[in-house]
Ligand binder design. Structure first.
Ligand SMILES: N[C@@H](CCC(=O)N[C@@H](CS)C(=O)NCC(=O)O)C(=O)O
Length: 208
């Protein structure tokens, strides 16, 4: 398998961490969607990452479809989310919030960086969406005492929260007041020291 994209993208990083946790062999091509857009486009007409080329040549894009495929490859026993049932719904709910906040953070970054005239309405909307989503996640995490978000074993929820929070902090320094998210910060800190999260990481590099 070939994973295209840099680990400063929370979406690429989530896929890279999942591949590593499942012990699936892959080649990493850390191409920039801006600087090396043509290379990305040769695999994905959307010119977006993560893009995953399977060994048989099939190409998957969008992290949700990619993770779905990886769960299948890992098998029911090892997958970080069950195929059905309430635990699956709860995990996917947290993933949707965390990765949704990351999407808004990417959108906000592009607005601030790529538009000559920034839309204050859009930028404020993105900031508000990120902050209200993190507040909802904070309330949820603060209400739990388990080491992982859902009990004692890691799920996609844990990884999604860690990668999203790191991206938001690095792409928008000062946006989130650390004192407002103590439970989330502690959760992410406990994950970021794991070897797999340390290995599959890259400081945020703004597009040139
Ligand atoms: N919904 C997508 C979001 C992926 C995404 O936003 N990727 C960014 C990099 S962080 C990208 O490819 N940006 C270039 C573009 O959208 O043109 C997913 O889950 O994979």
């Amino acid at each position: 398998m070939i994973l295209i994209g840099q680990y400063d993208s929370p979406f690429v990083r989530r896929v890279g961490i999942t591949l590593a946790l499942y012990g699936l062999a892959f080649e990493h091509r850390p191409w920039s969607v801006f600087g090396e857009g043509d290379r990305v486009r040769a695999f994905n007409p959307l010119m977006r990452v993560p893009t995953l080329a399977l060994d048989d040549g099939e190409v998957l894009f969008d992290s949700v479809s990619i993770i779905d495929c990886l769960d299948e490859l890992a098998g029911e026993e090892r997958a970080l989310c069950p195929r059905a049932g309430p635990r699956r719904r709860h995990i996917l709910g947290v993933v949707a919030l965390a990765m949704g906040a990351a999407e808004k953070a990417v959108s906000l970054f592009y607005e601030l960086r790529l538009h000559e005239e920034v839309s204050a309405v859009w930028a404020d909307r993105c900031r508000g969406q990120i902050l209200s989503t993190l507040a909802a996640l904070e309330r949820d995490r603060a209400s739990r005492t388990s080491p992982c978000w859902f009990g004692g074993s890691m799920s996609h929820a844990d990884i999604a929260v860690a990668v999203s929070l790191r991206f938001i902090r690095e792409a928008h320094p000062g946006l989130v007041a650390e004192e407002d998210i103590p439970a989330l910060a502690a959760h992410a800190a406990a994950l970021e020291v794991l070897p797999v999260l340390r290995d599959v990481s890259q400081p945020f590099v703004p597009p040139a």
